[in-house]
Structure formats: structure tokens, C-alpha cells
Ligand binder design. Structure first.
Ligand SMILES: *Cc1c(COP(=O)(O)O)cnc(C)c1O
Length: 642
């Protein structure tokens, strides 16, 4: 944080929260100190004030936390990906075309799939499914005859039958063989149903991705065929008279590929495998480069796990030019290109907005520290140190006092354990200890140079802001794999934030917290926030939650799905947007029902008990009815805090 007091501008807010850098053109901070959403990449002047969206949600009586979906961002990303491939292909005189597919597992919500299919239809953009349920959805939604449906994941007979059903209704369905035995089942079925399948072969790549998902490739990868298996597959299909069905070569070296070099190496390896197979007479038409296009969650443009050192244009260019060069060298035709970018399509389009409902502060409580007769010397010494503070104006003196109070506090704990220190004395020492640290922290912040140890005081004094959400439902990867997600107050950004905070959620799980934030040079344990004001909401946004986070949440503590608000931009509206749809989140009876409870039986049980109390004269009948009504209202209500 800026050491100078009181001077603060929007630029400082920008450096603190990196909004433009992770925002990818979709977010910035307005002069009013509110976060703006710029939902269309081709209309940079169309700005939606996020605070105004939140105000409108509030005035409609929708409870927080909410997921806000910006449908225009979803469309923008689909258009950008397809246009970038098309333009690069044209510039490079590349002879194949681009047929992207969206991997359904990244966000299976119907509204998301519908919007993506619609925005992608004029680019023949298709879908990728990795399981039977995803395939069942993809069959019904990917109705464009010219777009691909790519099938990955392990496949049983039913999955394969569904795929062949798709072929019978004229869909371009490519079945990617992940495991040799799938091929044998497929050939048997295809012959008995009399359909010619379109077959893809997933190659187990030697090159390793970098980052959290690097195990997706290499010899020990879960999916894919070794080179020996690929050659066996080719001769097996030749013998079965189906070698003309092999259409696609597939690879996927991992998600969130942080380093562009891994992509360059993969393209090199895959283009050689492709070329050699074509020369052997395998009629491959497509190469599918899988997913992995990364999101710069922390805005550092680095190879951090939550970042990446390249952008969309560079990614596409490395793929198109890489295949062109290698195919030209080997004198084979340029294949059509397929990619399965998921994260990059959906991450930006949704965010979680929640309010901070309280503060947990180590030094929050005051206790009278008045001198009492016969008090322990440790208490007296602590009081003397507090008095010394007045004259300490040089850093080294502050450091001395800091060292002394830390020692006194630990002596007090020892004395208490020995039974020679009272609870009253301990409470006094604790109160003075935090008071002194607070003063030292404030004083040292006025200096340009702060000794390293005194910097720690800020951490010791940092607050925990209690926010109305569940990490397990809304930010699963933050808990599971230490994913950094941008977290920013949605307004007051023209004010200097005066507190360092981490976040805790409302689950009763001590893992229910977020303590990894965008820092100045690297990941920080705290994030600067503003002081809470009485009778004023403090809304924060958890951004870039549209990929995986949106759909991976669990039922920990029975906090279910969030209320969802779908926003569409609209130039003619004074606020440039309207709420297109509200999707209600889980109610208490919803989540209880999924755990096999029957709400009516729960209600009966309570009613019976209340009736007993009424018959005993302990409850008035009117009061009893009110209690039952209240229980019923709670059952129908939202699971989060009001
Ligand atoms: C998960 C997955 C994807 C999507 O990866 P992103 O990193 O989200 O783009 C694509 N293809 C396959 C085979 C996958 O398993």
C-alpha cells in the first residue's frame, strides 16, 4: 500500500486491485470509484456501472449473495476466439478452417450453453462432451449441421450408442478414442447398427503442460493412446475395412497452461505425429488441440499458477503458424483446426456479489486497564511501555517497544500457566498489547522506510471480513487448489482503503476462508479494504467465476446454489442494461430434499411439539401458530444470511 496518507486516486486503486489487467477489457474502475463492466469488446464506450446493477437487484428484493451473468461478455469471448482464428488463418494463407467446440464441463448451465451455441452458430462453433449426461445435452442443443460435436471421456456401450444415434440424425459427431478397448466396442456396435463412425484418436503427448494440470500429459496420463497403440488402432481399423473413418487427431496437455512454451512444444509434437500418420495413408482431416488457453486471474502476465505469459492472439498464432510450417516441411495438407477452449470462453462472464456482514478483529475488544493494588509487575511494565509511546517518534524506538511488548505478552502467558496471573491481569495485558501495536502501526506508516519486522504488525493487525457466501459453493478452486480469484470492493474505490483484510465465509468450517489475493509483486495474504460503515452495505465482487466455479460448488453446510441475475446490455436504456432473467437459488426445502428430507414431515414434527406445549398451557395457541408459520417461512426461504 501507498505509505503516504490521504493521497489516493483511481490510479492507486488500479495498481492495488489490478482491475484492468485481469479484466481483459471487460472491467475497469470509473471516476466515481465504482467498478464498470464493458460487456462488448467492440463497444468500448458502452459501460455498465456495477454498483447500479447491484442497486437494481436490491430494489427488486433479490437477496444476496448473487451470481451476476453478463451474457454480452459470453458472446464477446465466443466471437473473439472465432474471429482471431479466422483472421489468423487468412493472414497465414492456412489451407484448413477452424471448427472450435465449447467443452460443456466448464459450465453446463443451460443458459450458458444456449448463449454460446447461439453466438457461435455463424462460425460453426460446436460443443464438446466428456460424459453421457453432457452428450445428452449436447445432442439436443448443438443443432447446427456444420458444427462439430467432439466426444471425449471414457465411453461405455450406451455412450457409444448415443453417439451413433447422433450420426443417424446427421450430426457431425466425432468419437475420440481415449482407450484402445473403446475402439473394439465401437466397431462392433457401428457394424451392427450399420453406421460409419467418425473417429478421433487421442494421442498421449510427451510434452508436459506447465501448471496445476501438468499430469494431463506424459506417459502416466490418464487418457490417450501411445504411439504404438495408435499404429495398432490404424491397422485394426484397416482390417475391419473402416480406416477411412479416422478423421481427427486429438491432444490435450492440461488446463490453464501458464507458459506459452508448452503450447509451442505441443504443436511441434502433434504436427509431426499428424504429418507422419498422413504419410502412412491415414485420412486425417482435423487436428484438435484440446483446451488449456489460460486466464490471467491475478493480472501479472507471468507463469504463476493463476496467470499466463501470453494472450489469445499469440496462442492462436502459435497454433496456426506452427501447423502450417511443419505441414509444409512434411508436404502434407494443412488440417482443419479444432480447439476446446473452455475456461477462456466463460471465466469473465460471471461474478459473485456479496456483502460484508461483519469484522473479526484481534484487537477489537477494550477492557479496563486501570491500575489495581498489588497487580503483577508484568501488567505495570506493559502500562509503562504504553506511556513511553508518547515520546517515541523515531523508528528504532518503536522497534524497541515492539520487541518489549512481544516479550511481555509471552511472559504473561507463562505466568498464567504457572497459576500466578489472574484472568483480569491477562485481559489487561492483552488489551494494552493490541492498543500498543495499533499505535506503532499507525506511527510507522507515516515514515517512508518501515523496518521489516514492523511490517509484520500490519499482518498481525489485519482484520477478517465476514462475507455472506460459502467458499465451497462459490469459489471451490480457491479452497481446493489455491486458485487466486480477483476480489475487489465494487464501490468506494476513490477512497483510500485503510484496512488489510482476509475473507471468511459463513460456513462453520475453518477452511471456509480466502487468504490468497492479488498482491503487488506476487500473491498476498491480505487485501486492502475500506472500513465498514454503519447502516451502509459494503459489497465485494469475486470475479472471473464463470469457468468451473459456477458449477463445481458443493452442498457444504447446505448452502445451495445462489440467486442468479442475467444482465443484457442495452444502449437505449439510461443505465445501459436491463435484467433479462432472475433464476432463484436454492431454498432451504430444496437443499433438504436433496438430502432425502421431506419438508412436510419436518413441519409436522415441529407442529406436534408445539401442540403439546399448547395443551400444557405453556404456549398460547396464537403464539403457536406464529411459530409454525415462521418455521414454514424459513423452510421456503433462501439458505444464506438475510
Ligand atoms: C477440461 C478439458 C477441456 C477444457 O479445458 P480449458 O482449460 O478449460 O480450456 C478441453 N478438453 C478436454 C479434453 C478437457 O478435459
Amino acid at each position: 500500500m501507498n505509505n503516504k496518507q490521504n493521497q489516493w486516486s483511481i490510479d492507486d486503486a488500479e495498481t492495488t486491485y489490478n482491475v484492468k489487467r485481469w479484466g481483459n477489457g471487460y472491467f475497469d474502475i470509473g471516476e466515481s470509484g465504482d467498478i464498470n463492466v464493458i460487456p462488448r469488446y467492440d463497444q468500448p464506450n458502452l459501460k455498465i456501472n456495477l454498483k447500479e446493477v447491484v442497486d437494481e437487484i436490491q430494489s427488486e428484493g433479490i437477496q444476496f449473495p448473487v451470481v451476476i451473468r453478463f451474457h454480452d461478455i459470453l458472446r464477446s469471448q465466443v466471437e473473439l476466439l472465432n474471429k482471431t482464428f479466422r483472421n489468423t488463418i487468412e493472414d497465414a494463407d492456412y489451407e484448413g478452417q477452424y471448427f472450435g467446440v465449447f467443452p460443456v464441463k466448464v459450465n453446463q448451465m443451460r443458459e450458458v450453453i444456449e448463449e454460446i451455441v447461439d453466438a457461435g452458430s455463424r462460425y460453426n462453433y460446436g460443443l464438446e462432451a466428456g460424459s453421457k449426461p453432457e452428450l445428452i445435452a449436447a445432442l439436443a442443443y448443438n443443432t447446427n449441421k456444420n458444427s462439430l460435436t467432439i466426444l471425449n471421456g471414457y465411453k461405455d456401450e450406451e455412450y457409444l450408442r448415443l453417439a451413433l444415434l447422433g450420426l443417424k440424425i446427421n450430426r457431425k459427431i466425432i468419437i475420440v478414442i481415449e482407450k484402445f478397448s473403446e475402439l473394439i466396442n465401437l466397431v462392433k456396435l457401428a457394424k451392427s447398427l450399420n453406421v460409419k463412425p467418425l473417429i478421433g484418436l487421442r494421442v498421449k503427448m510427451m510434452v508436459k503442460g506447465r501448471g496445476k494440470w501438468e499430469h494431463s500429459s506424459g506417459e502416466r496420463a490418464k487418457f490417450g493412446l501411445s504411439i504404438a497403440e495408435i499404429l495398432n488402432a490404424v491397422s485394426y481399423l484397416e482390417n475391419e475395412g473402416l480406416s477411412d473413418c479416422i478423421k481427427l487427431l486429438h491432444f490435450h496437455i492440461g488446463s490453464q497452461l501458464t507458459d506459452i512454451r508448452a503450447i509451442k512444444e505441443a504443436v511441434q509434437e502433434a504436427s509431426l505425429v499428424y504429418s507422419k500418420l498422413v504419410k502412412l495413408g491415414v485420412p486425417l482431416e482435423y487436428v484438435d488441440v484440446g483446451g488449456g488457453l489460460a486466464i490471467d486471474y491475478d493480472g501479472s502476465q507471468s507463469t504463476n499458477d493463476s496467470s499466463c505469459n501470453y494472450n489469445l492472439a499469440e496462442y492462436v498464432s502459435d497454433i496456426v503458424y506452427g501447423f502450417k510450417q511443419n505441414c509444409d516441411l512434411e508436404s502434407v495438407p494443412h488440417p482443419h483446426l479444432v480447439s476446446e477452449s473452455g475456461r477462456a470462453m466463460t471465466a469473465h462472464h460471471s461474478c459473485v456479489i456479496t456483502n460484508v456482514i461483519g469484522e473479526i478483529h484481534p484487537s477489537g475488544t477494550q477492557y479496563s486497564t486501570k491500575k489495581s493494588t498489588g497487580e503483577h509487575i508484568i501488567v505495570t511494565n506493559m502500562r509503562d511501555l504504553e506511556n513511553d509511546l508518547v515520546n517515541a517518534d523515531k523508528n528504532n524506538t518503536h522497534q524497541e517497544i515492539f520487541n518489549d511488548v512481544v516479550q511481555l505478552k509471552s511472559q504473561a502467558m507463562q505466568a498464567f500457566k504457572l497459576g500466578i496471573f489472574s484472568l483480569d491481569e491477562l485481559a489487561k495485558v492483552e488489551t494494552m498489547y493490541w492498543r500498543i501495536l495499533n499505535v506503532i502501526e499507525q506511527k510507522t506508516r507515516e515514515h517512508d522506510f518501515v523496518p521489516e519486522e514492523l511490517n509484520e504488525i500490519s499482518e498481525m493487525l489485519s482484520s477478517q471480513y465476514l462475507a455472506n457466501f460459502s467458499v465451497f459453493q462459490s469459489a471451490a478452486d480457491s479452497w481446493a487448489i489455491d486458485q487466486v480469484l480477483p476480489i475487489v470492493p465494487i464501490s468506494r474505490l476513490h477512497e483510500k482503503p485503510s484496512k488489510l483484510c482476509s475473507l471468511v465465509d459463513i460456513t462453520c468450517d475453518s477452511d471456509g476462508k480466502i487468504d490468497k489475493f492479488i498482491g503487488q509483486d506476487s500473491v498476498a495474504n491480505n487485501i486492502p479494504m475500506h472500513t465498514l460503515k454503519e447502516n451502509e452495505d459494503y459489497f465485494i465482487g469475486i470475479f472471473l467465476t464463470g469457468a468451473y466455479q459456477d458449477v463445481m460448488g458443493d452442498m457444504h453446510n447446505l448452502f445451495g446454489r445462489l440467486n442468479e441475475v442475467h444482465i443484457v446490455s442495452y444502449d437505449d436504456d439510461p443505465k445501459d442494461f436491463y435484467i433479462e432473467e432472475v433464476v432463484k437459488g436454492s431454498s432451504v426445502d430444496n437443499v433438504l430434499s436433496t438430502m432425502q428430507y421431506t419438508p412436510a414431515i419436518l413441519e409436522q414434527a415441529i407442529k406436534k411439539e408445539i401442540d403439546v406445549q399448547i395443551s400444557r398451557g405453556k404456549l398460547k395457541p396464537r403464539e403457536g401458530v406464529q411459530l409454525i408459520d415462521f418455521y414454514e417461512d424459513c423452510l421456503k426461504g433462501y439458505t444464506y444470511l438475510k
